[in-house]
Each structure stands twice: as C-alpha cells, then as structure tokens.
Design a protein around this ligand. Structure first.
Ligand SMILES: C[S@@+](CC[C@H](N)C(=O)[O-])C[C@H]1O[C@@H](n2cnc3c(N)ncnc32)[C@H](O)[C@@H]1O
Length: 303
C-alpha cells in the first residue's frame, strides 16, 4: 500500500467534484507512457521546446554564463537536461528533483554518463512540499515541459515564489510555458489518435487498484480531454461510463454515468499573462524565446 497515494486519492474521490492529483500519474508504466506521448505527432510541446533550446542554445548559454549549478524540477527522462547542459559553458553541478524515484535514477544516470565531470546529486522529493537543496546559492532553476501549467494560476504564483526562495540569493530560472493556441490543436495533443494519452490517464486507476487496493473496473471509464476556454486550460478527466460503485479505502465510492474524475490540468499562457505571473512571484524577465509558430515559450527569469 502507498499511504500517501491512498490519502490523496481518498480526499480527491470523496470531494463533491472528484479529482486525483496528477503527480501520481508517474509510476513505471506512467513514465514509459509519458515518454511515448512526447514522440507522438499530435504532441507538439516536447519537440517545439527542444527546438527552441537548440535554436537559441548559444544565446541561452551566453546569458546564463559559465559554471552554472542547475536544479531541475521534474526532469522526466533527463533528455532535456542533457540537451541544455550541452549548450551551457562548463556547467558545474546538476540537481534533479523528482517524486518518481526510478525515473529520477534514469535521468541522473543519463546526465552523469553524458557529462562525467559534472557533479550530479539527485533528490527524491515532492517539489510541492518543503525540501532542502544540497547546494548553496547562486543556483539556476530549470523547469521545462510546461509542468508549471499543471498548477492553477494562483498556485502557480505561490509555487514560483517558493522556488525562488528555495533557490536562494541570486536565483535564476529557465522555464518552459505552453502558449494559448487553436483549441483543436490543444485537444489533439492531449487525446491522440493512437490512444497513448488515454492509456496514461487510465493507468492512474490501475495504480489505485495495485497500490491502493481499489477495485476500479478499467472498462467502466474513458479518457477525456477538454479545452476550458474561460480558464485557458486543457482538462484531463476520466469519465464514468455508467452508474457504478468502487470499493476503496474501506468505503464504496459511487459514480453516476457521465461523472468525471478530474486528473490533470494543463494551463496555457499568453506571454503577457506569464510575465505577470512571474512578476507576482518576484521574478523578473531576462529573456523570452519562442518558436516561429508561437506554440511554446521559454523564459529566463532573474531576481
Ligand atoms: C510532464 S513530466 C515532464 C518531464 C520533463 N521535464 C519534460 O519536460 O519532458 C512531469 C515531471 O515532473 C515530475 N513531477 C510531477 N509532479 C511532481 C511533484 N509534485 N514533485 C516532484 N516531481 C513531480 C514527474 O515525475 C515528471 O518527471
């Protein structure tokens, strides 16, 4: 049993509008599926952000300067870290922070193999909770992939402020934020034709069955991605296909047909909106890079 997962899931599934925190999407199957998502034709964020890092790598490196000590929040497979560290001038240290311990090991190993002289110090932690960093300031935070989009706007502001405090004096942050665009493009990116994102989302129920002792019938739910125009976010849900009950945590959780579990948000930003969010959190814009089609943004923020 995974006590933290069970506590989070019980709170979420007994709320008036059912939710599950997206940080639990990343078990071994979830991480493998996410890696597959990043290669799908509909999923533009990864290749677009990587294109920005390559196209503007020299400028990014010049602005960041030599001997950077980089702290990455949620490195995933570590591929973007290898790419960006490869552009930087003699980076001195790399601290990946992730809740998914096995994936973190892979990411740290990938970076250490690519840069044998680099000090690599992985930290297993939930970055939404307090944690200590093993290096003294000044530090460069690295937060790609628009993971910031998983936070509600008000939570994003307080999270960015906490990152600034955690990184300490002289903090800087290289951060990726996905941009508002045609809803059809957005929905396709989160509901691909091959059904990989659907499998990624449904895996949360597999995980609750395995690690939380629940008895979800996987055939009783389907994946749904919707654009919430007012909040400018993609919402990911699991829709109950019928009236049903699920045994979990000593209770029976009732689902009406059509009722959903809201499993993830991906907020999209406009450049002005992101600039204002960063400013609210005490960050100042040093540079902004985007791709030619204006799909994605990468920012260097300072204090
Ligand atoms: C969407 S993936 C992005 C991976 C990679 N940064 C990229 O750009 O492709 C989110 C990453 O953040 C991690 N993560 C999500 N929530 C987290 C949390 N609360 N604490 C620590 N890591 C978290 C996941 O395990 C995963 O590595």
């Amino acid at each position: 049993m995974n006590a933290a997962l069970v506590a989070d899931a019980l709170a979420g599934l007994t709320a008036p509008r059912k939710t599950l925190p997206c940080k639990w999407l990343y078990d071994a199957t979830g991480t493998r599926l996410f890696e597959e998502i990043t290669t799908l034709p509909e999923y533009y964020p990864t290749r677009t952000e990587r294109g920005i890092f390559d196209r503007h790598g020299a400028d990014i490196a010049a602005r960041i300067g030599p001997r950077a000590r980089v702290v990455e929040f949620g490195p995933g497979d570590g591929v973007k870290a290898v790419q960006v560290l490869g552009h930087l001038r003699s980076p001195a240290a790399y601290v990946p922070v992730d809740i998914a311990a096995d994936w973190l090991k892979d990411a740290a190993g990938r970076v250490a193999r690519a840069f044998p002289a680099l000090e690599v110090i992985p930290v297993v932690a939930d970055f939404t909770q307090g944690f200590d960093l093993p290096l003294a300031p000044p530090l460069l935070g690295f937060f790609p992939g628009s993971t910031i989009g998983n936070f509600r706007r008000e939570d994003a502001a307080s999270f960015l402020a906490r990152l600034r405090a955690a990184l300490g004096e002289g903090a800087r942050l290289l951060i990726g934020a996905d941009l508002v665009k045609d809803p059809a493009v957005l929905v396709a990116a989160y509901d691909d034709a091959a059904g990989v994102t659907a499998a990624f989302n449904l895996n949360l129920l597999v995980r609750l069955n395995r690690e939380g002792g629940a008895d979800f019938d996987l055939g009783g739910f389907r994946h749904q991605a919707v654009w919430n125009a007012e909040a400018e976010r993609i919402e990911i849900h699991l829709v109950s296909l019928r009236d049903q009950g699920v045994a979990f945590g000593g209770r029976r959780i009732a689902f009406a047909a059509g009722e959903t579990i809201h499993t993830e948000d991906s907020h999209k930003y406009r450049p002005d909106g992101f600039r204002a969010l960063a400013a609210e959190a005490g960050w100042r814009e040093e540079a902004l890079w985007t791709d030619e089609a204006g799909l994605f943004s990468v920012w260097l923020l300072g204090t």
